[in-house]
Design a protein around this ligand. Sequence first.
Ligand code: SF4
Length: 206
Amino acid sequence: MRLKVRLSLYRRSGHYVFSGSAVQKCGGCDLYRNTTQAVFGELETGTKSTKPKVAIMMIGEQPGDHEDKEGRPFVGPAGKLLDKCLEEAEIDRLKVYVTNTVKHFKWEPRGKLRIHKKPNMKEIHACRPWFEAELETVRPKLIVCLGAVAAQSLLGSSFRITQDHGKLQKAGFPPIIATLHPSAILRTRTEEDRHSQMKTICSGFA
Ligand code: SF4
């Protein structure tokens, strides 16, 4: 059975967020177990008192360790890199709604650490109604998929981010463009690679 939900945005200390009570009770897949909370999308409002218009919806894979604890998307190291990429691409962060394909953190233990584990298709499919509800509420002009999981969830499993990143896609949504996830920068070893990955990600926003 597919869940149909309707959500509304409300303002909370400088951010627009969805009322998240329903998602906190979601048991659509097993990922809610062993996590702190579901993490929904968010729009920074800065000092504006009126509801801003969303130009871009950026969708990543899933919340990470920091996000799970704080209950906010893109607040960890990858989120800081995303902010930097947006700044470099001269995109107004206050018009960018950020969210994830899957709303609970999937992880496996390694010593005392919780290490990210990629969600499977069943989990992605189970979480889809939450994304659709966000999309219906936010109504962005453009969707930017950050990484292969987000891209394949919207564009099909045959989509190859290494070949097709930065190319505008139309698939019954607002136009979609896919680029690498900012966490790819964290895996680089040299300054040169880091610069090159950042350039690739930024070019995907244009
Ligand atoms: S990941 Fe999505 S479908 Fe699974 S429990 Fe969390 S909110 Fe529900």
